[in-house]
Design a protein around this ligand. Structure first.
Ligand SMILES: [Zn+2]
Length: 412
């Protein structure tokens, strides 16, 4: 009896001495929401952020990862991806979506926002087959086209049902975080207006891929009249819709930003060009958020991954603190998910640990053109809800000499 009590007390003492599952030690923490950019330790317990402080004793942690010399940031939010692989599609339907978990964590990304791959007819399947089955947190901008993107139906007015789209978004509030209008080549403003109408009904932003211009549809009217403050203009450095004309940023973009329109990178396979991005930066027009437009076409070409796009923005002249804000707290606010994109105590422990290398690097745009850079970003370690989901250099791993291998499982 006495012996049992002593054992219980000893066990309780050990628990109290090691309240943290994992401590990331000695890294430079960048947490834009909390205005923090300094060397701090970060403790994680039960999948949540437990403490951010100058010196958390290693003895208080079951495991310590030495991240000195690295940057510890909230898990990255990629605001524009395509992650609904649809097997067996035929006809005009193209399928360049990728499996989310295969590309997220290795780039520091813990939340992906699918930008309109599905509409109200296809979202339920996306929800069942991808969103519920992914370790990556998957959110969605619902395409205002009911059938979704790349279906050959994107110009069909019969596909645009704002009421039904808003109802579906409300039924999945928090997972559906907005509406997407994309690739539209119809006569007027049908696609944009229906997306905005759905956005008003559901109290959510719309993301615009401005599609094809004509005499009626111009960027000035879009940014100054059709969109609401808080709506998102993606592909901002594409140049396809007169974002930059003869090396000058279109005044419509500056005026749009003044009234609260958000500008997102959405790099993709055809939407990021040096001859657009360089003058935009020189004229003081950085993006509000960084996103990849991840799909099998972009990731195998110039875009590569989230870290690559962030490094491009860093080399274009934004500070590292700004680049992290553009990839964490800014997109979280844009989609009204204020629980994400920061390291508040009690928040789900989604964390990226990044290495910034200095040297000679090269970066490729959507045309295949190169540009030199002096800094590169590499994801070293990624935590999703406190669990290590990516560890490039065994920083959180126990050494093999003391690792508790479970050999008996094979000896049966
Ligand atoms: Zn896209």
């Amino acid at each position: 009896m006495l012996r049992n009590s002593i054992l219980i007390l000893a066990a309780a003492g050990a628990l109290a001495a090691q309240p943290y599952d994992l401590v990331l030690k000695g890294g430079h923490v960048i947490d834009p929401k909390n205005g923090l950019s300094a060397v701090r330790d970060v403790a994680v317990t039960g999948g949540k952020i437990a403490r951010v402080a100058a010196n958390i004793p290693a003895a208080q942690a079951k495991r310590v990862a030495d991240v000195a010399g690295l940057y510890v940031t909230p898990g990255l939010i990629d605001l524009h991806v395509h992650v609904f692989p649809r097997p067996g599609l035929g006809g005009v339907q193209r399928d360049s979506s990728v499996q989310p978990d295969a590309f997220s964590f290795r780039s520091g990304v813990t939340t992906m926002v699918d930008a309109g791959t599905t509409g109200l007819k296809t979202f339920p399947m996306f929800h069942e087959q991808v969103i519920k089955r992914s370790q990556t947190r998957i959110l969605a901008m619902l395409n205002i086209v009911a059938a979704g993107m790349g279906t050959g139906l994107e110009d069909d007015p019969a596909q645009l049902d704002a009421n039904a789209a808003a109802a579906m978004a409300k039924a999945h509030k928090g997972t559906i975080v907005g509406f997407k209008s994309a690739h539209y080549a119809g006569p007027g403003w049908e696609s944009v207006e229906k997306a905005v109408a759905a956005g008003k009904m559901a109290d959510m932003p719309v993301m615009i891929d401005f599609g094809y211009l004509n005499k009626v549809r111009n960027i000035n009217t879009l940014l100054l009249d059709k969109l609401r403050p808080g709506d998102i203009y993606t592909h901002c450095y594409s140049g396809h819709r007169e974002e930059v004309v003869n090396g000058k940023v279109n005044p419509a973009l500056v005026a749009g930003r003044k009234r609260g329109i958000i500008f997102d990178v959405g790099h993709g396979a055809g939407s990021f060009y040096w001859y657009v991005a360089l003058p935009a930066f020189q004229q003081g027009f950085p993006p509000d958020s960084i996103s990849t437009d991840l799909h099998s076409g972009s990731m195998n070409a110039g875009m590569k991954d989230m870290a690559n796009v962030m490094a491009k923005i860093l080399n274009l002249g934004s500070s590292l603190d700004q680049v992290i804000a553009m990839s964490t707290w800014n997109p979280a606010r844009q989609i009204k998910r204020l629980d994400l994109g920061h390291l508040d105590v009690g928040a789900e422990a989604d964390i990226a640990v990044l290495r910034v290398d200095k040297g000679k690097f090269g970066f490729i745009d959507s045309a295949g053109a190169g540009n030199a850079g002096t800094q590169n970003i590499v994801a070293e370690l990624t935590l999703r809800a406190g669990k290590v989901v990516w560890d490039l250099n065994a920083r959180a791993a126990e050494n093999w000499k003391s690792f508790p291998y479970k050999k008996e499982a094979w000896a049966k």
